[in-house]
Design a protein around this ligand. Structure first.
Ligand code: AMP
Length: 114
C-alpha cells in the first residue's frame, strides 16, 4: 500500500513545518489552516483512524492528547481556549487515512461544527 502524506512527512521524504516532536509523535502546522493556530499531532506508529485503534494503543492515544494540550500552552492559546478534533471516516471529514489530532485556536470556533 502506498504511504500516506503523514507517513512521508514522518519519514522525512517531504518537508513540513514542525511544531513539536518526541519519541512517540510529531506535530506539524497544517498546510491549509482553518484557524490562526492549526497544528496536527501525528503518532509515529501508524494507526489509520481512531476507530481502528486497539487497547494496546491506549497510552499512545493519551500521549497525543497530552502533547496537544502542551502545544496549546506553548503556542499561547491555553488561556483563550482551543479545540481538538479527530475526523473519522467519510462523514467525519477524514481526508488522510492516518490518525491525527487537529489543534485549532486563536479565534472563536463555532458550535456545532459544519
Ligand atoms: P483530515 O481531513 O482530518 O484527514 O485532515 C487532514 C489535514 O491534513 C487537512 O487539514 C489538510 O490541510 C492537512 N494536510 C494535508 N497535507 C498536508 C501537508 N503536506 N502538510 C500539512 N498538512 C497537510
Amino acid at each position: 500500500m502506498s504511504k500516506t502524506i503523514f507517513q512521508k512527512i514522518i519519514d522525512r521524504e517531504i518537508p513540513a513545518k514542525l511544531a513539536h516532536e518526541d519519541e512517540h509523535c510529531i506535530a506539524i502546522h497544517d498546510i491549509n489552516p482553518q484557524a490562526p493556530v492549526h497544528v496536527l499531532v501525528i503518532p509515529r506508529r501508524p494507526i489509520a483512524r481512531v476507530g481502528e485503534a486497539k487497547a494496546s494503543d491506549a497510552a499512545l492515544l493519551g500521549h497525543l492528547l497530552l502533547a496537544a494540550a502542551d502545544l496549546a500552552r506553548k503556542l499561547g492559546i491555553a488561556e483563550s481556549g482551543y479545540r481538538l478534533v479527530i475526523n473519522n471516516g467519510r462523514d467525519g471529514g477524514e481526508s488522510v487515512p492516518y490518525l491525527h489530532v487537529h489543534l485549532l485556536g486563536k479565534r472563536p470556533l463555532a458550535w456545532p461544527p459544519g
